[in-house]
Ligand binder design. Structure first.
Ligand code: SF4
Ligand code: SF4
Length: 316
């Protein structure tokens, strides 16, 4: 059988926000959701993504010369005063030759393939930090469960490899839980912590903002809680999307109905950091110009108070 290959668009070391201790976080390409505010839009598609930073481009033309699909040419580029390299996504085959030829890394391909062995080799380098801090590895994305059975194989592989090397690896899944129930059930004994996003309690609004309904997410969260999994809930807290007190109260009510509570709820204030990535990808952030804005500290405190009424601990 062929060795599985994982498409990874970023590896973050020394991470302190993706679970306990100091962690290494792998970002898997592909997500079934399409949240309007997504911070990592290059992780949405399973396919390769080309990114072009016009401010790094010296207009040397190397990319234009090597492109076998004739997808590149000199021209005007949105946001660039002095022109740039125009790209035709319909002609591009994502071969990556332009990124190889670019002397300034103005062009980069978002993801690289990794085998389980290569992923474990990266994890192993961080072992001293895990031992000193109680950290471990976090699989994020995109959506790690979008890898299907392959993510279970990988969790098994890295867990067994660590045991062979004389340590216990703390494994966290940073997930939307928008995945088949059977897959989520199988993931529970294979990781020590879930970090689960709840974006909206109203399924119609969830579909509007994220492209999919929320029932599978809420059902899966109920299931992992009933199985005794440790979990943290994260709410991207956005004025104009989900910050209404009624929605936060509904979240608190739902969480208090689960077999056991999350360790805590983390309220993450809105930032438009996905904007510059969209521009590098040649796509548009928030194409419908929907109103989204950052909450004030008072807004966050109000949300925390509402959750507290339902016995749900929170932080921001
Ligand atoms: S990825 Fe390949 S086809 Fe696409 S623009 Fe670059 S060189 Fe051309
Ligand atoms: S190879 Fe790089 S620096 Fe040269 S024109 Fe293309 S994008 Fe710009």
């Amino acid at each position: 059988m062929d060795e599985p290959v994982y498409s990874i668009f970023d590896i973050k070391r020394y991470s302190i926000n993706d679970g306990p201790g100091i962690r290494i976080t792998f970002f898997f390409k592909g997500c079934p959701l399409s949240c309007v505010w997504c911070h990592n839009p290059e992780g949405m598609s399973r396919k390769q993504t080309r990114m072009y930073t016009v401010s790094k481009c010296i207009m040397c033309g190397a990319c234009v010369q090597v492109c076998p699909a004739k997808a590149l040419g000199f021209g005007r580029v949105h946001g660039a005063a002095g022109g740039g390299i125009q790209w035709d996504p319909d002609l591009c085959t994502m071969c990556g030759k332009c990124a190889e030829a670019c002397p300034t890394r103005a062009v980069e391909m978002a993801s690289k393939p990794y085998t389980p062995k290569e992923i474990y080799a990266e994890i192993q380098k961080e072992k001293p930090f895990f031992e000193a801090s109680g950290g471990g590895v976090t699989f994020s994305g995109g959506e790690p469960l979008y890898q299907g059975e392959k993510i279970l194989q990988l969790l098994d592989y890295i867990g067994s490899a660590a045991v062979r090397d004389g340590f216990t690896l703390h494994r966290t899944l940073d997930t939307t839980l928008y995945a088949p129930a059977g897959l989520v059930r199988e993931a529970v004994p294979r990781c020590e912590l879930f970090m689960v996003d709840i974006k909206h309690m109203d399924s119609r609004m969830h579909r509007h903002w994220c492209g999919v309904p929320n029932e599978p997410i809420l059902d899966n969260l109920r299931m992992i809680a009933s199985m005794g999994a440790e979990y943290i809930v994260r709410i991207p807290y956005i004025i104009g999307v989900n910050a209404a007190p009624a929605n936060i109260a509904s979240t608190g009510r739902y969480l208090s109905s689960l077999k056991h509570m999350p360790m805590y709820v983390e309220l993450l204030p809105y930032h438009d950091i996905g904007k510059s990535k969209h521009s590098r990808m040649g796509t548009v952030y928030n194409p419908e110009s929907e109103h989204m804005s950052s909450p004030s500290t008072a807004d966050m405190e109000e949300a925390a108070e509402i959750l507290k009424k339902y016995g749900v601990p929170s932080r921001f």
